[in-house]
Design a binder for this molecule. Structure first.
Ligand code: FAD
Length: 394
């Protein structure tokens, strides 16, 4: 792996920065608490995605024939990194479509599916949510009970999904369902593309501990999915899903967000006085911030390694789990250190005159709790690293 960027990659990074400077208000610092998870935030995210789409950037590493630019995965990572650092408005369903639904379709979809869905994802016109988890199937995902049974030209879906991020703003769902109830649990699953407007599908909001509407529970009653929307082979969906999860766990965005948060904490520590001297003069504070900085640089390299592997047509597995594990746990460590630095001020939110760093620390203290649960818990990532990476026994 190369540890430097080429001159084209450096020039591209500058181009993205110029785009962000032009398109974002000069005082932009991400969504406010009130906006997060709202319809308005979604509309802003979608509009911003469409602006980037006009430059062909949304899924630039995809082949030109499907709406991409056939650019390198490193370039795609640079784009994601710059947007996350700038806290640019993002559209969650579009992100899911670009990060794991599209790449899975490129590998396993029919030509018709590729032509129907990929260009619309690239143009920012459609986004996906992910129907995997159920009330009785999270870490043990293969225990899912939602069924899709063949009936004429369709599969008929019945069951319940839960924790579905962004379903209320998505256009299509990426669904895993049981197609052979009599087969061993990993062997009777299949993957589908579901139009969320299909009759019989009800999406109900779930409000998280930070008070925002990010995820949902979904009820499927006799939902008819055309057979042409089956992705990959019937009953072999588990293998496809595992690859899609590897794509989901990849990405450099979490490290870019982390870098920005650490820089803000360093700035705060320099400015804030306690006992007549700045916080930054305290060796314990310096050590904590240095530790975070080391972790973010390590994680960033790992995330770029994953992009480099994707560029070579390799599917990252334990590498994606390592990146997800380090990124999600780092976000919690940053929030913890932030709380320690801000003291009582850390507990007040944006809008309060005592709030430090725009109330962002209080917010991220709560908002980062689910980071080590979604896309597979830290325990599951450690199991993958141990078993598939280090070859340890089950
Ligand atoms: C913010 C957020 C967004 C999400 N978005 C989506 C989404 O869009 N679509 C979707 O389908 N799902 C989504 N999920 C669900 C998520 O994938 C599950 O919550 C996760 O896989 C854990 O499953 P569970 O909640 O059922 O917990 P459980 O599986 O019941 O786990 C409970 C505890 O047991 C531990 N545990 C379980 N099995 C093992 C094991 N074998 N070894 C060691 N420890 C173990 C877990 O680590 C955890 O600590 C989201 C979750 C969150 C928090």
């Amino acid at each position: 792996m190369e540890f430097t960027f080429t001159s084209e990659e450096k020039a591209f990074r500058q181009e993205v920065r110029q785009f962000l400077e032009k398109e974002l208000p000069s005082d932009w610092n991400g969504f406010t608490e009130a906006e997060e998870g709202s319809r308005q935030a979604h509309a802003m995210g979608r509009a911003f995605t469409k602006k980037a789409a006009r430059r062909g950037w949304v899924a630039m590493a995809w082949p030109k024939e499907y709406g991409g630019l056939s650019a390198s995965h490193i370039q795609q990572a640079i784009y994601g990194e710059e947007l996350a650092y700038a806290r640019a408005p993002s559209d969650v369903p579009s992100h899911m479509a670009v990060t794991w639904v599209g790449p899975s379709l490129i590998l396993y979809g029919t030509e018709e599916q590729k032509r129907e869905f990929l260009p619309r994802i690239c143009s920012g016109d459609i986004g996906f949510c992910t129907f995997y988890s159920e009330p009785g199937a999270g870490s043990d995902l293969a225990a899912m009970q939602t069924r899709a049974m063949e009936d004429g030209d369709d599969f008929v879906v019945n069951g319940q999904k839960i924790w579905t991020t962004g379903a209320h703003n998505a256009d299509f769902g990426w669904l895993a369902a049981r197609t052979d109830p009599n087969a061993p649990k990993h062997k009777g699953l299949s993957m589908f593309l579901v139009d969320l407007k299909t009759p019989g599908l009800e999406i109900r909001p779930l409000i998280n501990m930070a008070g925002t509407h990010e995820f949902n529970e979904d009820f499927f009653t006799e939902v008819r999915v055309p057979k042409k929307n089956l992705v990959g082979e019937l009953n072999r969906g588990w293998y496809l899903l595992a690859v899609a999860l590897d794509f989901e766990r990849s990405g450099v965005s979490s490290f870019a967000s982390a870098r920005r948060s650490i820089e803000e904490l360093v700035e705060y520590a320099r400015e804030r006085k306690a006992g007549g001297r700045s916080l930054a003069a305290d060796p314990t504070v310096r050590h904590k911030l240095a530790d975070l900085k080391v972790a973010v640089e390590t994680g960033r390299l790992l995330a770029y390694k994953v992009a480099w592997m994707q560029g070579r047509g390799l599917v990252p597995n334990r590498e994606a789990s390592q990146s997800k594990l380090i990124g999600s746990e780092l976000s919690q460590r940053i929030a913890n250190v932030g709380m320690q630095l801000l003291g009582l001020y850390g507990q007040v939110g944006r809008g309060d005159r005592h709030a430090g760093l725009l109330g962002r620390v209080q917010r991220s203290y709560m908002a980062t709790v689910p980071a080590t649960i979604g896309a597979g818990t830290s325990e599951i990532q450690r199991n993958i690293i141990a078993q598939r990476g280090l070859g340890l026994p089950r």
